[in-house]
Design a protein around this ligand. Structure first.
Ligand code: BGC
Length: 451
């Protein structure tokens, strides 16, 4: 462990804990993108104190759909009221696949944005490299530790420091349904898989695609992780995707979840194509499809198009998951750089955490506030169900693998790729994919990537 020290713009000495693993990670990025390590080190080198705070912040993120843009507008307009401009670096691509690559390149080129959407356990690694601004001076007076959900509080902490601002909590195990179609056909949302098949059959007879789905890998894997949760509950889910226990991948529950994934193809559009998630949401909205399993950013999209909860669409949960909350927490991390942006960055953190902004942002984003006791009167039925499930505590919560809450990028990407291969290739057997997943888990845990 190497400790380096420098001062923030208030003259306080900051210690950077730079572990060997982080240096290995940095070298790996450098090789991957063909950047000299020196340029990344330059980004982390202190320049001087006391420079004027700039009146703008560049923010990298992947919120590019209609609902996501509205959510960005909530934050950027509040920031503008403080005379700070939000300079957008929006990288399209659901689940942030493109954005995370662009971010690594920018950091390695010494051009880190001042703020970035950086979800999940990965920001611990960035913080260990000494790149992130510690936000303790906003978190402590704001009483974050007491007021945040404990899961969120521990997520944004790294070695006793707050290194990210949480924006909202998304639920992934939603079963959205087109309310008008369900009412017209006198259907109720399915609570069991047997119900699901009955409802799907009626929809098919009415000429409607029962289940919207894209074949894009992350969207297939998003469905799959909900099926794993449905099959087993959070404890087994965690042994797979958090502990990466190789033996767990050989379990019959995994076989069942895989079979369920394949069997659901029967109810999906044919041919199945790789389509962005807003297009699949559109299918639900216009009635081409009647159900959709997706994170509740899809609700943000439906609302942005002028549809109404419980009139045009409603939310239920994937059969077997009503008590559980498969979650993804969006967070913004700030790059420390030479600390000249610190006042503006802290202001952005304060703005995001103010209760009115939390309410307004999450209403349009489709998520729920990170505060334990939000204003429930401002929530629709979907948000209230999400809040109730999340409030039950960690035994009922499952961290999304696909949305970076469970494992690091290497493990996540390898698992998604195998599940996707199984999904598109009907000749691949469950035991084949289970063996492959177990061997990914073995190699990732052996190489020490997962702690
Ligand atoms: C993010 C959401 C985003 C969604 C679709 C998820 O990983 O947490 O904020 O709306 O991807 O791109």
């Amino acid at each position: 462990m190497i400790d380096r020290q420098r001062s923030d713009n208030r003259g306080r000495v900051k210690t950077r804990h730079t572990g060997y693993r982080s240096w290995i990670a940095l070298c790996a990025f450098a090789c991957l993108f063909n950047y000299p390590v020196g340029s990344a080190a330059a980004a982390a080198t202190p320049v001087s104190n006391g420079s004027q705070p700039p009146a703008s912040l560049q923010v990298l993120h992947w919120w590019t759909s209609a609902g996501e843009r509205k959510a960005v507008d909530v934050m950027s307009s509040k920031l503008a009221e403080e005379n700070i401009q939000w300079r957008d670096a929006a990288i399209p691509g659901g689940a942030g696949l493109g954005a995370s690559k662009v971010l690594k390149s920018m950091v390695l080129a010494g051009k880190a944005p001042e703020a970035t959407q950086l979800n999940g356990i990965v920001f611990g690694e960035w913080a260990d490299l000494g790149l992130l601004l510690e936000l303790d001076d906003v978190a402590a007076p704001g009483n974050w530790q007491k007021l945040l959900f404990p899961t969120v509080w521990s997520l944004v902490n790294n070695r006793g420091h707050v290194v990210a601002v949480p924006l909202g909590i998304h639920r992934i195990n939603n079963l959205f349904y087109n309310k008008k179609i369900f009412d017209r056909l006198n259907l109720t949302p399915p609570k069991t898989w047997a119900d699901f098949s009955r409802v799907a059959e009626k929809l098919r007879q009415a000429g409607i695609t029962p289940l919207a789905q894209s074949s894009e890998a992350w969207q297939v894997a998003t469905l799959f992780e909900t099926l794993v949760l449905a099959e087993s509950g959070p404890a087994y889910y965690r042994s797979l995707f958090v502990d990466l226990n190789p033996a767990a991948f050989g379990d019959p529950r995994m076989t069942h979840a895989l079979k369920r994934l394949r069997s659901l193809k029967e109810w999906m559009p044919t041919p199945l194509r790789e389509r962005p998630w807003p297009e699949m949401t559109r299918e639900l909205a216009n009635g081409a499809a009647a159900m959709f399993v997706m994170g509740d950013w899809a609700k943000g999209e439906l609302l942005a198009w002028g549809l109404n909860t419980d009139q045009d669409f409603s939310c239920s949960t994937v059969p077997g998951t009503a008590d559980y909350h498969l979650y993804s927490v969006d967070t913004l991390a700030m790059f420390a750089g030479d600390y000249s942006h610190q006042p503006a960055q802290e202001k952005l953190a304060q703005i995001i955490m103010s209760p009115p902004v939390q309410t307004a942002y999450n209403q349009v984003k489709g998520a729920i506030s990170v505060w334990r006791s939000p204003d429930l009167s401002k929530m629709d039925s979907c948000a209230r169900a999400s809040w109730s499930a999340f409030s039950k505590g960690s035994a009922f919560q499952a961290p999304s693998l696909v949305h970076r809450m469970a494992a690091d990028e290497t493990a996540k990407d390898a698992i998604i790729a195998e599940v996707h291969r199984y999904f598109v290739d009907d000749k691949m057997s469950e035991s084949d994919v289970q063996r492959k997943l177990a061997s990914i888990a073995r190699s990732v845990t052996k190489s020490g990537k997962q702690e």
